[in-house]
Design a binder for this molecule. Structure first.
Ligand code: NAD
Ligand code: UGA
Length: 367
């Protein structure tokens, strides 16, 4: 296959004892950032992505172009293609898998529930089935989600808090992923580390996420909906900047132990861990919008509406003590600073009508 030639040349790690990492979802938002960061520090990286059209695939292609400039190759294929995955592991002796491919998005689960089952459950199981049989087994770090905390509002959320009240099918499939991971760790000794990301945002982000389409709608003068809870409290998120999340992913990979399974040398139980990767500072959606209004120098047409029963949870807030203790995770970017970087990217990527660019020039130059 075409990718095989590329891979044989490009995936050799430069770091002494560098990792060789399979990044699934590498054309995605978090996957593309992590791939670049791994490559920059000298690890070998190979991507896998099916380039599906959940959101505009041209953005995925643009990320792919960026990665290819850094000699990172993305194999086009699906998690559910077992023979392809087996072949990948045959060709490259991956030390680690950073598994980020999934059907993301909370509200879309009401429109296309099966896509969540296919990628987040069947696809994850397929990857684990292949990985368990590889010798030596790779350590796997995968994306869970803050959505597993469901309707919890006691704050902040810690890893041992209850996760039995998912509010969306998305959340339920992410929770299922954690339980599936437990079984593969228990039976096959696979090393598995789950990362519960909290509403991650930044340059090259996802167009289906609120901060992204709010920016677009504000610039186009279209109205936006700001949700409030049934009891008229502000809906809030622990918005986490992409660079902080990338550091957390690399830290988790660095501390992921080798498996004890078929090929692992380590004695004792293989690792199974779950970490929060959040910002530790929840912000109401209304505040997110006023920051955007400032950065875009434009007033939003706001409709404050009661949160529909659409899978959204009222509140998220991460306690990250565990990730700090185990791999020094410490978020450093506040929402205003992170959104400034996002808006700068947005404007340069999409361009905006000349009048608008003039208005935002002060911003462009200062950041
Ligand atoms: P994304 O949609 O940008 O990236 C996921 C990528 O996986 C996409 O490029 C998609 O084409 C690919 N993909 C999906 N299904 C696939 C399949 N079956 N086979 C191969 N490729 C497939 O999303 P993201 O924001 O980068 O999220 C990455 C991971 O983090 C996901 O698992 C997501 O659920 C999780 N997560 C994200 C956030 C966030 O706020 N961005 C928060 C919590 C958890
Ligand atoms: C995000 C991602 O989309 C999920 O993939 C991820 O798993 C999840 O974070 C997570 O942390 O686990 P969400 O927090 O719902 O999910 O992110 P957005 O869709 O960007 O929504 C952000 C906030 O804006 C939410 O509080 C939502 O209720 C609110 N919102 C959304 C509005 O007020 N109005 C809208 O029109 C849309």
């Amino acid at each position: 296959a075409a990718w095989e030639k590329q891979v044989r040349h490009s995936s050799t790690p430069r770091r002494v004892n560098g990792f060789s990492v399979l990044v699934t979802g590498a054309a995605g938002f978090i996957g593309s950032h992590c791939s670049l960061a791994l490559k920059k520090r000298g690890d070998g990286v190979l991507g896998l992505d099916n380039f599906n059209d959940y959101y505009d695939p041209s953005l995925k292609r643009a990320r792919q172009n960026l990665l290819s400039k850094h000699q990172i190759f993305i194999v086009e294929g699906d998690l559910n293609d077992g023979p392809l995955l087996t072949k990948l592991f045959d060709v490259v002796p991956f030390t680690h898998v950073l598994h980020l491919a999934a059907q993301a998005g909370v509200r879309y689960a009401m429109q296309n529930p099966q896509s969540y089952v296919k990628s987040n459950i069947a696809g994850f199981v397929n990857l684990l089935e292949v990985a368990k049989a590889v010798n030596p087994q790779p350590a796997i770090v995968w994306a869970s989600s803050s959505s597993v905390y469901g309707l919890n509002t006691e704050n902040p959320f810690s890893e041992h808090d209850r996760t039995d009240r998912p509010a969306s099918l998305y959340a339920a499939t992410k929770k299922a992923g954690e339980e599936i991971a437990h079984t593969y760790n228990h039976i096959y000794g696979l090393s598995l580390t789950g990362l519960r990301f909290f509403t991650v945002y930044g340059p090259w982000g996802r167009p289906d996420m609120a901060y992204f389409f709010f920016t677009k709608d504000i610039l186009q003068g279209k109205p936006i909906d700001i949700y409030r809870t049934q009891d008229q409290k502000a809906v809030a998120r622990d918005f986490t900047y992409i660079d902080d999340v990338v550091k957390g992913c690399l830290g988790a990979l660095d501390t992921a132990e080798k498996s004890t399974g078929s090929g692992g040398k380590k004695k004792g139980p293989a690792q199974l861990r779950v970490y929060n990767l959040g910002n530790t500072s929840p912000v109401p959606v209304g505040r997110l919008v006023s920051i955007l209004e400032g950065l875009l120098n434009t007033k939003a047409k706001k409709h404050v509406i009661t949160l529909p029963r659409n899978g959204d949870v009222p509140y998220t807030h991460a306690n990250v003590t565990l990730a700090y203790k185990d791999f020094g995770y410490k978020p450093t970017t506040d929402l205003a600073a992170g959104l400034r970087k996002f808006v700068k990217w947005y404007v340069s990527y999409f361009g905006i009508e000349s009048k608008r660019s003039k208005e935002t020039q002060h911003f462009d130059e200062s950041s």
